[in-house]
Design a protein. Sequence first.
Length: 310
Amino acid sequence: MKQVRIKTPAKVNLALYVLGRRGDGYHEVWTLMQTISSPESNDLVDELTFSRTDDGQVELTVSGRAVPRGGENLVVRVAELLRDRQEVEAGVRIQLSKAIPVGAGLGGGSSDAAATLVGLNEFWGLGLSREELLTLAADLGSDVPFFVVGGTAVCRGRGELVEPLRVVGTLWYVVAAPEEGVSTASAYGRLRASSSLTEVPEDAKKTKEAVRLGEVKEIQRRCHNDLERAALELSPECVGMREAMLSAGLPQAAVSGSGSALFCVCGSREEAAQYAGRLREQQEELRGDIFVAHGVGKGSRRSCASDDSE
């Protein structure tokens, strides 16, 4: 096989509780996430193409949004880690088409890492099971295991324990991503959380049930993010976008992950489009991107494979 292409989506956190700092230095979390994409475009989906190279090296080229191209990019680190652990001698040329906003709390880096695991498993013919991919993913980042699975899921531990959730119907979203991103490390650094682990709040369980049943107004009311205050403190653009969403009549402006992107849960595509239209009327002042999106049922997935193209 000379080429494999993988499409991999963004995500939103419908709930994020940081329960405390663990003995290993990570934070214990309980988060409910859903993968999302836009029916209007590929703006919330990255694409990675894996093709053959004869020099045995890992090469990365990037188009679209600006991200590092060298060893500091998680895609390169994942490829080199997988090659070392599986004793693969072949190299690979990776083309990343970057559409998911960067530093937005939409999981673009973790999504790309999961896509690299899934894509190279096929490209190099490794035959790793999903469970083996999840074990590798847990070493790469808190959200990477979730993107191997995709859909809607509760993630626990530091994110490596993934519990898929079957939901009724489709949730729609208005997603607003300011130009200015927020560092995840900075957001956690400002977190006002207990130093010892606590039980999952009862509200988290009620949010999970509301999402499972697709109860939009209840989800809007119960969305919770322990990193929201930190994101708003770190990003004036996030504050401005939130104010714009509320002044445009959106019933919700919730921060996803560590920010700076915000979202509003909607009951239909028409409702989301109407709200997005109101918000776009202010776009010249907002400095950011506005998307209509919906929940999708899979994470990183192959779009095509070719035997005769580079």
